[in-house]
Structure formats: structure tokens, C-alpha cells
Design a binder for this molecule. Sequence first.
Ligand SMILES: Cc1ncc(COP(=O)(O)O)c(C=O)c1O
Length: 416
Amino acid sequence: MNDAQVSAAEMDAGDPLRFFRDRFHFPEGSDPIYFTGNSLGLMPKKAREYVDQELDDWSRLAVEGHIHAKNPWLPYHEFLTEPMARVVGALPSETVVMNALTVNLHLLLVSFYRPTTERHKIVIERGAFPSDHYAVESQIRFHGFDPAASLVELTPREGESNLRTDDIVAAIERDGPSIALVLLGGVNYYTGQAFEMETITEAGHKVGAVVGFDLAHAAGNLELRMHDWNVDFACWCSYKYLNGGPGAVGGVFVHERHATSFDLPRFAGWWGNNKQTRFLMGPNFECLPGAEGWQLSNPPILQMAALRASLEIFEEAGMPALRKKSERLTGYLESLINEIQGAPIEIITPQDPAQRGCQLSIRVKDPKSGLLDKLATRGVFADWREPDVIRVAPTPLYNSFSDVHRFAEILKECLA
Ligand SMILES: Cc1ncc(COP(=O)(O)O)c(C=O)c1O
């Protein structure tokens, strides 16, 4: 018997992670189906308590809270470091939680994109998230180069939606000596394709390039091994699968082999300075080793408090168990969608579970059919990405097999 034949309720009953659903607030409405955790994750119920703790300490202690708060604010970001490192498969010294994603991407490009006349190209995927595209184009221009010559966009083969790993590797080999940096999404936001990061990193390094990843759609979604895969750097946001709340603080990974590369160009700030001498207020920047050395400002405590509540749930559930459920959940969704006979839709996300995370991207053959609105009026939270894709992402922490089954029934009804 395969998953499609076992009833959704039975699969839920046998799901060891089913209790986590109760740890989250669902949006108002009668029994909504929340499939937009790839955009904004649900609020952990504990987030309010954790934020309240910091508000209470602020009201009681004011400036003294930096040292005497229950969770002292001066080292507050450190409470997040280890759980976040585990989420992305990094050493704690390689990980820091700070800023927002695009800001971090720029800070890392300052250090890791150092073009020369021979080696100036950046390889990205065509259809990369716009902010990444803007960031790399502006960095290329900032260094006096022209994106027309220095930006290489990887394009799927004619008639295909996804990039083949062999083609990515071949493109890197072809342009090898002129590539300064390979920068891909861990999971493409539009197609849901997960890239083979280890293979791509190896190919990039073989031609002498630096390799980085935007893990916005991968962190908290895939089992990642940033350290073992030898990736140079990565950055991600925490408001999607990591449920850190709107505008949540982002994360940064810098491989330990760069931990003491103090000669790298970098934009410095006082939070990246030696903790022992930071408050001596001297003019000479003494860079911290590891990812912390890229910090600029003192941390946003209220945002970090909310993220902390969520990361504790990840600690408890563990990425291996989450990923195991996620593969079944998304596989079940795929099989039910594919059963809908003659539907004017097509899943463009790869079929191979190793090449995708939670998300399925459904291409709608008639984009004017109003399918998303029809789903929304029936309580489904999904989203639309131009020109013709509906994204649905059942997440293993708070979605159930019954959610998937109900979604498929509603989809069938909307398409009828
Ligand atoms: C893949 C990807 N990159 C970059 C961003 C931009 O993130 P931020 O607004 O935190 O800079 C997003 C936002 O959704 C994203 O999905």
C-alpha cells in the first residue's frame, strides 16, 4: 500500500511530529489550510511569551537589561547561534544571526566578490529572486564592471523548467577562468528546485571560484551541510520556514577556513569587534574571528526573542525528522494533484524528492482563470508568482496529511 492509499487521517495518527501543530497560531477563519510557510511561517505560540520577557525586562531594568535581563541583551545573539548552526549544518563559529537577507548578501559580497580583469563573472540562476539579481548587478557595477559581460545567468534547456546539475557544472567549467563567484539559491523560490549544493560547490572550487548560496527557501526546509559541503558563504532569512516573524533577523554562514581571513575586504562595525575591547571605544577595529566578525550593529532583541521561540521548536523536532515527514507530505500532495484527470495545471517542481523541499509550484495553463482566488475563498493560503505559478508548501511542523488531502479535494472542485 502506498501513501496515496492510506487515509490521510491514518497517516496523521502515525506522524510522530503531529503534536507540533498545536505550538502555532493559525490565521483566523474556519480551519484554514496554510500552505504559505515558504513565504511567512506561522507564529509559534511561545513567541509572545519570549518577546514579553524582553519587554518586561526593558520596562523594569531599562539600560541595565544589557547585563541584568534574564537573557542579557549584550550577548543575546549568541542564544541563537547554536540552534541556527544546526539548522544549516554549520559549526557555531561559522554562523551568526544578524540583519536582513539582502543586507547580509551585500556584506558577504564585499568580502567574497573581488573581481579582477581576468576573473570578474558572477554565475546565478536565471529567474533568481529579484533582490539577489539587483544585489549582484549593483556589486558588479560598484567594481566598475558591466553586468552584460560579467553576469552569467544559467538557463534551463528549451522546454524544461529546471536546471540540470550537469548543465550547471558544464557552464562553470566553460567559463572557469573568468568566474569569480557562483551564487545560487539553495532552493529556487519560483520552481521549488533544490540545487545539488555539494556538487556545485566542488565544480566552482575546481575552477578557482568562490561559491555562495542564498538559503532563503532552504533553511528549515532541507537538511543542509554547509560545513561539510565546503560552501564558502551563505545567507538566509528567518521569516519563511524558520517562523521567526515578519522581517525576522537573517542568518549568515562563513566557512571556518575564512574565519581568520582578516585581510578580506569587509565593511566593519563595532559588533564585529573583539568583545573584550569593544567597550574601550578605541579607534582600531579588532575583528572577531568567524562569522561574528561580519556583524555591524547591536542586535534587535525583540525580533531575536521571537526567532528564539521558533528555533527551540527546531531543536526539539530536529531537521532529519522534519525532512523525513516533509518528503512524505509533499510526495502525497504531488500524487493527489497528479490524480486530477485532465486538469489544466502542471507541476513544474522536480519529481525527485532529492531535488525539492516542501514546495510544489503549479503552473496554471490559463493564468486568467482566477484559480488562486477560488482557492482562497475556500480557506486555502497559497500564493501566486507571475506569470503563471501557484506555490503551495505544506510544512512538516504544522501541516498535516489531512491538510494535503483537503487541499486536493478543494483544488479538484475549483478546477471542475
Ligand atoms: C530567495 C530570496 N532572496 C532574497 C529575499 C529578500 O529577502 P530580504 O527582504 O530579507 O532581504 C527573499 C525574500 O523573500 C527571497 O525569497
